[in-house]
Design a protein around this ligand. Structure first.
Ligand SMILES: [Zn+2]
Length: 119
């Protein structure tokens, strides 16, 4: 599988088979995604040290900003009130929060700990 497919399907960065997340989370039930500590296939440790995923917050920031810009450009064609657009963007960011949480961590893992990296 390609790296992009592995990231989107949340597979282990080393073997590409084990799942990184045990639970996907659900914002309507106030449940955050839950990560596995090690890969079920190759026993690769995902969180190298405490605070390892601190940097994924910056990835998440960039991801959410890009989503907001795209959403604004689309919605601005149909809605004239900026206040309505801001409220819609707020709702969108809440609805996509668990997806962004998982995707930003996956991007962070693959940037620092991908198949070709040796730490
Ligand atoms: Zn693995």
């Amino acid at each position: 599988m390609s790296v992009l497919t592995d990231i989107l399907t949340e597979k282990c960065p080393k073997c590409g088979k084990g799942k990184v997340f045990a639970e996907k989370g659900n914002i309507f039930l106030f449940r955050l995604p839950k990560m596995n500590s090690n890969c079920s296939n190759c026993n690769h440790k995902f969180e190298k040290e405490p605070g390892y995923f601190f940097g994924s917050m910056f990835v998440s920031y960039a991801l959410v900003f890009a989503e907001m810009v795209v959403f604004f450009l689309i919605v601005n064609q149909f809605v004239e009130s900026y206040l309505t657009i801001v409220v819609l963007i707020g709702i969108l960011s809440v609805l996509l929060s668990t997806f962004n949480f998982r995707l930003s961590r996956m991007l962070w893992i693959y940037m620092l700990d991908g198949k070709n990296k040796q730490l």
